[in-house]
Design a protein around this ligand. Structure first.
Ligand code: F6P
Length: 321
């Protein structure tokens, strides 16, 4: 394991730079050469490789985004695309590859692992927190905090104008981000794909809240909710109530910003853990933190075994709504 390489792939999130810093510093400490692949798998196919040194890691732990750049690549999911990637790995004599990615990218890494001798370690990152093998993925905590900060501000205006706000958060097909942001933001309702959304029942509850003297209401909507996005749900509620409804889509701000301390620590632990795993001879695994401990699972767990939603948190959201 002489020469390592690292890449960030898929949608960016806060904490990627902190993870890169940890990977590079740990590899250098072990006197290993470490290369950076720019623009994720796209760069791996195109041979966009740069040498990394200690200097590349200074002043980046607090920075959002990824200094290696990221991309989503359809081509990589085809055998012809991966053939190019295998060629780059061979040409640069890369013994170990660290893929910092979401479940799509880690699936790509797993496909690649069957076609190359290079050992691969996946590191889970996603504001969606939908990756198997780890309780948390890098970026989730920061995105939750960003959403909560926005919800707090929206509540001020919602209260002043006695309005009903639907705040749509990201999360793709899962409700982790919506649930955490909704509970922490004191939302009256949290609509997530994992639980059925019943509009008539919801409207009845809203009316009951109004009778009890509620002046403003915040409903957090996961973008993947089966009843539709926030605009669609707003229309459905409007047909049944006379609320003044406003919609706020938080969007990509949830992917940016300086990572929280939680994300910086997680990113540092997983980055160091990934390098140490390679040095110990691990191959084709995903590294995660489960119940506070670093663990390695088979790489396919990352996308095959989607984590379950915390039912206690679902209950909490219902009780406190
Ligand atoms: O997976 C991260 C994520 O931000 C999802 O929450 C969202 O659905 C998606 O990426 C948006 O992707 P894009 O920026 O490519 O539209």
């Amino acid at each position: 394991m002489k020469r390592l390489a690292v890449l960030t792939s898929g949608g960016d999130c806060p904490g990627l730079n902190a993870c890169l810093r940890a990977v590079i510093r740990r590899a250098l400490l072990a006197n290993r050469e470490v290369l950076g692949i720019r623009r994720g798998f796209k760069g791996l196919m195109d041979g966009k490789i740069i040498p990394l040194d200690y200097k590349s890691t200074s002043g980046i732990i607090n920075r959002g985004g990824t200094f290696l750049l990221s991309a989503r690549s359809e081509e990589f999911h085809r055998p012809s695309g991966r053939k190019k990637a295998v060629h780059t790995l061979k040409r640069h004599r890369i013994d170990g590859l660290i893929v910092i990615g979401g479940n799509g990218s880690l699936r790509g890494a797993w496909e690649l692992s069957k076609e190359t001798d290079t050992a691969i370690i996946g590191v889970p990152k996603s504001i969606d927190n939908d990756i198997g093998g780890s309780d948390y993925s890098i970026g989730f905590d920061t995105a939750v905090n960003t959403a909560v900060e926005a919800i707090d501000k929206i509540r001020d205006t919602a209260t002043s104008h006695e309005q009903l706000f639907l705040v749509e958060v990201m999360g793709r097909t899962r409700g982790f981000l919506a649930l955490a942001a909704g509970v922490a933001g004191g939302a009256e309702e949290v609509l997530i794909p994992e639980t059925p959304t019943n509009i008539p029942k919801l409207c009845k509850k809203l009316e009951e809240g109004r009778k009890k003297g509620k002046r403003s209401t915040i409903i957090v909507v996961a973008e993947g909710d089966e009843a539709g996005g926030a605009f669609e749900i707003a229309k459905k509620i409007q047909r049944k109530t006379n609320y003044q409804i406003r919609v706020s889509i938080l969007g990509h701000q949830q992917r940016g910003g300086s990572p929280t301390a939680f994300d910086r620590i997680l990113a540092s632990q997983l980055g160091v853990g990934a390098v140490e795993a390679l040095l110990k001879g691990a191959r084709n695994k995903v590294i995660g933190r489960v119940n506070g401990k670093l663990i390695l699972s088979s790489l396919d767990i990352a996308w095959k075994k989607a984590p379950k939603l915390d039912q206690n948190l679902v209950r909490l959201a219902e009780i406190l709504s």
